[in-house]
Design a protein around this ligand. Structure first.
Ligand code: HEM
Length: 264
């Protein structure tokens, strides 16, 4: 199965141009959904106004080299390793989901645009990475879904309770799961089942990419921007208009040691 290019099998019934058109449509839906989200939430407008206001409070004028260094460090640490999630399971699960998805998407684009009809002569490195990307996405995503979600971990809701905020993670998991099931059934010659999983794969992609406006999808664009702004504000001393940390030692009493703070 790991050597199977499922898109190549698909070109026996659908022209490659149609599959490529569908992929471009998905990219268009992401751009449209994100723009609608930006207009609706006014978050980018707030973000730039806040950055402008903070700039007035800057204590140091950063040079272009200093700014570039802050941005590169933010990309390498905060963004590439989602440092915001601290040290622990939550961060490992997110890193798995994030890189799994990036690998899955990049290799999907390569298979669809560069090797749509290559069949068994598709480079095995790409087909292996496509399957590995989907599996890694599932590992991180299902770990998060069953065990780490705040609703489940801290609020004791059952894992099967679904709310709108779950749209992104569930659609992402559906894409990876049905993609794998489609490839496996196609490779094993289970024609009927492979059509079923293909339809489910197409529907989950439509929900994932068409649902950007209603889901958490766009956080992958907002979070890096916010991390860069936060670190620049830290470096120029403006601190996003927040007061400096208090000099006093942090004394919360013994109660704070009794139990992990998770009932929020
Ligand atoms: C391809 C890129 C990414 C993917 C596929 C992805 C995937 C996810 C998923 C599935 C969730 C769980 C959503 C939920 O609460 O239901 C999530 C949450 C989160 N993501 Fe991402 N993400 C990506 C990029 C990023 C980046 C670049 C950052 C930060 C720099 C980031 C920071 C976060 C944070 C802070 C959470 C909340 C985590 C929690 O509640 O445990 N993500 N992401």
């Amino acid at each position: 199965m790991f050597y199977n290019n499922p898109f190549s099998g698909l070109t026996e019934i659908v022209p490659p141009l149609a599959i490529q058109g569908f992929t471009i449509l998905m990219v268009g839906l992401v751009i449209l959904g994100t723009l609608m989200d930006i207009i609706h939430k006014k978050n980018v407008k707030y973000f730039f106004n806040n950055a402008k206001k903070a700039k007035k409070n800057a204590k140091i004028q950063l040079s272009t080299t200093q700014k570039t260094s802050v941005i590169l460090k933010t990309v390498a640490h905060d963004i590439a390793t989602t440092a915001e999630l601290g040290r622990g399971k939550r961060r490992i699960a997110h890193v798995l989901g994030m890189y799994g998805t990036i690998i899955f998407w990049i290799t999907s684009a390569l298979l669809i645009f560069s090797f749509p009809t290559a069949g068994s002569s598709t480079p095995s490195s790409i087909t292996i990475m496509w399957h590995a990307g989907a599996i890694i996405t599932c590992l991180g995503g299902y770990w998060f879904w069953f065990f780490l979600r705040v609703d489940v971990l801290a609020e004791a809701h059952p894992w099967y309770r679904i709310i709108q905020a779950d749209l992104f993670v569930l659609a992402l998991l559906a894409c990876a799961t049905f993609g794998l099931a489609w490839s496996f059934t196609q490779y094993s010659g289970m024609t009927g089942l492979s059509y079923l999983f293909l339809i489910l794969y197409i529907v989950s992609n439509l929900i994932l990419f068409g649902g950007v406006y209603w889901s958490k999808f766009a956080h992958m664009f907002y979070k890096p921007g916010a991390a860069i702004q936060k670190n620049l504000a830290e470096a120029d001393g403006s601190r996003d208009n927040l007061p400096p940390p208090a000099e006093a030692p942090q004394q919360f009493g013994l109660g704070i040691k009794r139990e992990q703070p998770k009932h929020y």
